[in-house]
Design a binder for this molecule. Structure first.
Ligand code: PNS
Length: 161
């Protein structure tokens, strides 16, 4: 049987992209044949950066990964996965606290579309404490976020606050 092409989707809010997200994107890139990083355009939470800004920051910070496609999507993740022919969804798992939410989301997604597998990737332990929301709070309060985000994002945060 011929090997099936692994077309993967790495979705998220990416508000903004952190070094932890980039670590997962690099791992995902090494595993699959084609990687689409997709910013959710209708998030359940309010965002600091617009969808366009988040896409642009991801594009700038994944330039070193050839042929990674950065996009945004509206509506259900599985509908977008179907639309682009993705058969894999990557999500990063930082800690046990992520597990319940991720497990539930993975099962819902697979029930909605059985053509998809959800694969959890473990980030480098340097990044397991990182989240976009804590970085925004540190930046807002004038703290140094240079160790947590790429320089392009650090600049964008400085402009935002
Ligand atoms: O980075 P996040 O905020 O943890 O990403 C969450 C995301 C975007 C993957 C999730 O909210 C999502 O898939 N939203 C699209 C709407 C959808 O499909 N919801 C059903 C999944 S339970």
């Amino acid at each position: 049987m011929a090997n099936k092409k692994m077309v993967a989707l790495y979705p998220g809010s990416f508000d903004p992209v952190t070094n932890g997200h980039l670590d997962i994107a690099e791992r995902a890139f090494r595993i699959c044949d084609e990687l689409h990083i997709a910013v959710v355009a209708n998030p359940s939470k309010s965002s600091l950066f617009s969808v366009e800004e988040r896409v642009e920051l991801l594009k700038q910070t994944t330039k070193h990964l050839p042929k990674v496609n950065v996009t945004s999507f509206n509506g259900l993740l599985v509908d977008y996965a179907r639309q682009i022919g993705a058969n894999l969804i990557f999500r990063g798992l930082r800690a046990v606290s992520d597990f319940e939410y991720e497990f539930q989301m993975a099962l819902i997604n697979r029930n909605l579309y059985d053509g998809i597998e959800v694969v959890f990737l473990v980030p480098n332990e340097k990044f397991i404490f990182l989240s976009s929301s804590s970085i925004k709070e540190v930046a807002k309060l004038g703290g140094d976020v240079s160790g947590f985000v790429p320089p392009e994002v650090e600049k964008a945060l400085r402009r935002a606050f």
